[in-house]
Design a protein around this ligand. Structure first.
Ligand code: GDP
Ligand code: MG
Length: 162
């Protein structure tokens, strides 16, 4: 049985870009327009010789009313079907109310969570990730999904809980 990793987080934090980085190919739909990924899409992935399924989530219109509730509902579905969760936040934005709502879903699930502080494109941006220790989800793994920075360490952490 292949374990399932769900990638969750607010629209536009870079989930689909990170999924493509994990896959080593551009398959998940990345858009400059937030909320473009359809509800949930599964892909076959592999890291260090271990196969797993990665589930990209999305499909919310960030301008829609009740967006935070939709994100929470989607996170609940994705987390429910996953063995572990990769929670992605945008280090250039920090933690929003919608992020907090997802964190509550993750805590309640009891599933293992790896925290990715995305968009840390260079060493200077590294400092932004430190504040994410406050989430109480353990070490924030700073990563640049766009450039690949830190993605190896992040995947090692993911595989250690999957
Ligand atoms: P999603 O809605 O969470 O799936 O986010 P996307 O993967 O569609 O990315 C949203 C936007 O953020 C796109 O314009 C990406 O190019 C950009 N993005 C994603 N990862 C990074 C990153 O590591 N650094 C920077 N600077 N931009 C990123
Ligand atoms: Mg997406």
């Amino acid at each position: 049985v292949v374990p399932v990793l769900a990638v969750v987080g607010r629209p536009n934090v870079g989930k689909s870009t990170l999924v493509n980085r994990i896959l080593g190919r551009r398959e998940a739909v990345v858009e400059d327009i937030p909320g473009v990924t359809r509800d949930r899409v599964s892909y076959d992935a592999e890291w260090n010789g271990r196969a797993f399924t990665v589930v990209d989530t999305g499909g919310w219109d960030p301008d829609a009313r009740g967006m935070a509730a939709m994100i929470k509902a989607q996170a609940e579905i994705a987390v429910g079907l996953a063995d572990a969760v990769l929670f992605v936040v945008d280090s250039t934005v920090g933690i929003t109310d919608a992020d907090e709502a997802v964190v509550r879903v993750l805590r309640k699930s009891g599933k293992p969570v790896v925290l990715a502080a995305n968009k840390v494109d260079d060493e200077r941006a590294e400092a932004e990730a430190y504040g994410l220790w406050n989430l109480g989800l353990g070490e924030p793994f700073s990563v640049s999904a766009l450039h690949g920075r830190g993605s190896g360490d992040l995947l090692d952490a993911v595989l250690s809980v999957l």
